[in-house]
Design a protein around this ligand. Structure first.
Ligand SMILES: Nc1ncnc2c1ncn2[C@@H]1O[C@H](COP(=O)(O)OP(=O)(O)OP(=O)(O)O)[C@@H](O)[C@H]1O
Ligand SMILES: [Zn+2]
Length: 569
C-alpha cells in the first residue's frame, strides 16, 4: 500500500463551471483517486474554490452582494454540483479560509527572509472618481488590435491578444464607467523567480516521465525571450490575503493583498489543514517531508493554462521557502475541450455547464463521455452527435445490454439466484485469458493516467463479455444442456460484479447499482480472474436491475442541441 496525495486545479469562484473545466482537472483527478483507493492505497484527494481576485469582486458587485457573502454562496453551489458529479474529494476547501491566509503570509515571510522578494515601484491606472487603482479586469476600452470596444485591461476577448491597461484606447473604469483615469505610482512585492531559474530548470529536466504538454509549457516560460521573469505577487485590491509580515502590515504595502495566483496553490496545503481541523486528521504527514510525507506520491491535475503556475511559480514558492514541504511528483495536464465548433466560455456563457448537464442526464453519462474523450494529446470537441453515439453504443448497447441479458435470462430459466451445476469449457478459458490480459493492461493505463486509453481498454473488457455471451448463447445451450448453461450464466453473473469493480472509477453510480443488483458489497479487485469469477457462489441471490443506461433519442438530442446553442443568461 502506498500513500497518494492528489490535487485538482481549484475552480474559480465566479460562476458555475463548464464541462471543459470539469474534464480538464477535477474529473480525471477523481478517476485517479477512485482507482487508487480501489487498489487499496491511502489517498488524500484535495480540491477547493479559488476565491480571491478581481473577477470575484466584479461578479459579487454584479450580483449586488458583499464579496464574502457571494463567495460563501458560490462555494456551496459548486460543492453541491461536485457531489452531483460524484467527485470524491476528501476535502473541498476555500482559498479564503483562515488557514490559507496564515499559510500564504507565512510563505511570503519565508521568501522575504531568503531574499527572494523585492519591492518594485510601477505605474498603474488610477481612477480618480473611484478613488482606487484599477488592476486587470477593472478597466475596459477599445482593443488596439481589433477595435473591439469591450476589451479588458488584461486581454481582448474578441481577438485574444494579451493587453496591458495602458494599451487600451479610451479606457474606462468598469466600476463607475468613469474615464477620469491617470497613471500613478504604486509599489508591489515581486517574487524573484529569475533567481531560481537554474534550480527550476534542473528540476523540470529531472522529470523525464512527465507529459510533454507539461514540460514544454514549463520550458517555454523558462527560456523564451528573456527567460523566466520575476512576478508581482501583490495587488491593489481589498479582497484577498492582506500583505502582512508577522501579523503586522508589510512596510509600504498598506491596503494591498497577495495576488490570487500566489495564494491559490498554497490552498492545496491549507485545504488539507482545513480537512485536519474538520476531522482531527494529521495534515503534516501529507505535506511535510520531516513529518512523514517523504513517502507520499503527489500528483496534480490541471488544464494547460494553469501549467506555468504549477511548474514554476508554486515550486519557486515551495523551494524558495527552504522548508521541508512536499513538492509535486507528477503533473498531469490537459489540452482544451471545445464546444460544438467553438470554445467553452464562462464569461460568454457558451457551452454546457455542470448544473445544466445534471438536469438532463445522470452524472455517469457525462463522466463516461468526458473521460473517454479527454483532451490529452490535443484539443477535443464536444458535439451532441458524438455524445449520443458514445452513450448509446458504449453504455447502453455494450455494458447495459450485457447486464440486462444475463440477469433476465437467468431469472426466466433458473430464477434470481446463481444456478448450480455444470462445468465451463475452452470458450470460458479463452474469455478468461483475454480478460486477464486486458485487465492488466487497464491497470497499467490507469496507473499511467492514460485516461482515454484506459477508457478504451475498459470498453474492450465489456465487449469481451458481450461477445462471449453471444457466442456461448446459454439460451440455446439451455435447450439441450441446461447444466452447461448454468455454468455459463454463473460465470456471466460473476462478471457483472467484476465489471462493477473495474468500472467504478469511471461510472460510480452504475457500478453501485450493479453491485446492489448482484446482492454483494464485495469490491475486491480482480487480481486473479479465475478467483474473481467465483466470488459469487451457487445459490447466491441477485435481483434483475432496471435499465442501467437508457438510450438518447434523436429528438432529445436535437432539443438539447437547440437549447444549448445560445448564451447562458
Ligand atoms: N475548455 C477547457 N478544457 C479543459 N480544461 C479547461 C478548459 N477551460 C479551463 N480549463 C481548466 O479548468 C480548470 C478550472 O479553471 P478555472 O475555474 O480557473 O476557469 P478558467 O480557466 O477561467 O476557464 P473559463 O475562462 O472558461 O471560465 C483549470 O485547470 C483550467 O485549466
Ligand atoms: Zn482585440
Amino acid at each position: 500500500m502506498a500513500r497518494h496525495l492528489i490535487t485538482s486545479a481549484i475552480p474559480y469562484i465566479n460562476g458555475i463551471k463548464h464541462l471543459g473545466n470539469l474534464v480538464g482537472s477535477q474529473l480525471p483527478a477523481d478517476l485517479y483517486a477512485r482507482y487508487l483507493r480501489a487498489r487499496g492505497h491511502e489517498v488524500m484527494f484535495i480540491c477547493a474554490t479559488d476565491e480571491h481576485g478581481t473577477p470575484a469582486e466584479l461578479a459579487a458587485a454584479k450580483a449586488g452582494k458583499p464579496v464574502a457573502d457571494y463567495c460563501a454562496e458560490m462555494h456551496e453551489v459548486q460543492a453541491r454540483i461536485a457531489r452531483g458529479f460524484r467527485l470524491s474529494f476528501d476535502h473541498f476547501g476555500r482559498s479564503s479560509s483562515a488557514e490559507n491566509r496564515a499559510l500564504t503570509q507565512h510563505f511570503a515571510k519565508r521568501l522575504a527572509e531568503e531574499g527572494l522578494i523585492r519591492e518594485v515601484t510601477e505605474k498603474q491606472m488610477y481612477s480618480v472618481a473611484d478613488g482606487r487603482f484599477l488592476p486587470d479586469r477593472y478597466i475596459e476600452g477599445t482593443c488596439p488590435n481589433c477595435g473591439y470596444d469591450s476589451a479588458r485591461g488584461d486581454q481582448c476577448d474578441n481577438c485574444t491578444k494579451q493587453l496591458d491597461p495602458v494599451d487600451l484606447i479610451e479606457p474606462r473604469s468598469v466600476i463607475s464607467g468613469s474615464t477620469d483615469l491617470e497613471m500613478r505610482e504604486t509599489k508591489h512585492l515581486f517574487l524573484c523567480q529569475s533567481a531560481m531559474k537554474d534550480k527550476l530548470a534542473a528540476w523540470i529536466d529531472s522529470k523525464t516521465d512527465w507529459p510533454v504538454l507539461t514540460t514544454s509549457i514549463a520550458r517555454k516560460w523558462l527560456f523564451d525571450g528573456d527567460g523566466l521573469q520575476d512576478r508581482g505577487i501583490t495587488r491593489d485590491l481589498s479582497w484577498g490575503v492582506p500583505a502582512q509580515f508577522d501579523g503586522a502590515p508589510w512596510a509600504g504595502m498598506d491596503g494591498k493583498v497577495f495576488y490570487v495566483w500566489f495564494d491559490a496553490p498554497i490552498e492545496y496545503i491549507a485545504a488539507t489543514q482545513e480537512w485536519a481541523a474538520a476531522t482531527g486528521g494529521d495534515w503534516a504527514r501529507w505535506w511535510r517531508t520531516d513529518k512523514g510525507a517523504d513517502d507520499v506520491t503527489y500528483t496534480q491535475f490541471m488544464g494547460k493554462d494553469n501549467v506555468p503556475f504549477h511548474t514554476l511559480s508554486f515550486p519557486a514558492t515551495i523551494l524558495g521557502s527552504a522548508e521541508p514541504w512536499k513538492l509535486v511528483d507528477y503533473i498531469k495536464s490537459f489540452n482544451y475541450l471545445n464546444y460544438d465548433g467553438g470554445q467553452f466560455s464562462t464569461s460568454r456563457g457558451r457551452g454546457v455547464f455542470m448544473d445544466q448537464a445534471l438536469e438532463i442526464l445522470p452524472a455517469d453519462y457525462w463522466r463516461w463521455w468526458l473521460l473517454s474523450h479527454a483532451p490529452e494529446n490535443s484539443d477535443a470537441e464536444f458535439t451532441w452527435e458524438n455524445f449520443q453515439t458514445s452513450v448509446n453504443k458504449d453504455l447502453a448497447d455494450v455494458l447495459g445490454n450485457f447486464v440486462s441479458r444475463v440477469t433476465k435470462f437467468c431469472r426466466s430459466k433458473f430464477g434470481e439466484a446463481l444456478p448450480a451445476g455444470g462445468v465451463t469449457g475452452p470458450r470460458e478459458a479463452e474469455l478468461m485469458a483475454e480478460l486477464e490480459t486486458r485487465i492488466r493492461t487497464y491497470e497499467g493505463l490507469m496507473e499511467a493516467m492514460e485516461v482515454r486509453k484506459a477508457a478504451a481498454e475498459l470498453r474492450a473488457i465489456w465487449v469481451a463479455g458481450n461477445e462471449y455471451l453471444q457466442a456461448a448463447a446459454p439460451w440455446s445451450t439451455f435447450k439441450t444442456d441446461p447444466e452447461t448453461a448454468a455454468a455459463q450464466v454463473r460465470l456471466a453473473l460473476n462478471l457483472v460484479r467484476v465489471y462493477a469493480v473495474l468500472s467504478a472509477p469511471f461510472i460510480p453510480d452504475a457500478a453501485a447499482a450493479m453491485l446492489a443488483a448482484m446482492g454483494t458489497e464485495d469490491r475486491s479487485w480482480p487480481e486473479d480472474i479465475g478467483a474473481a469469477l467465483a466470488v459469487l457462489p451457487e445459490g447466491h441471490a441477485f435481483t434483475t436491475p432496471d435499465v442501467l443506461f437508457r438510450k438518447i433519442a434523436d429528438e432529445e438530442r436535437e432539443e438539447w442541441q437547440r437549447r444549448f446553442a445560445g448564451r447562458r443568461d
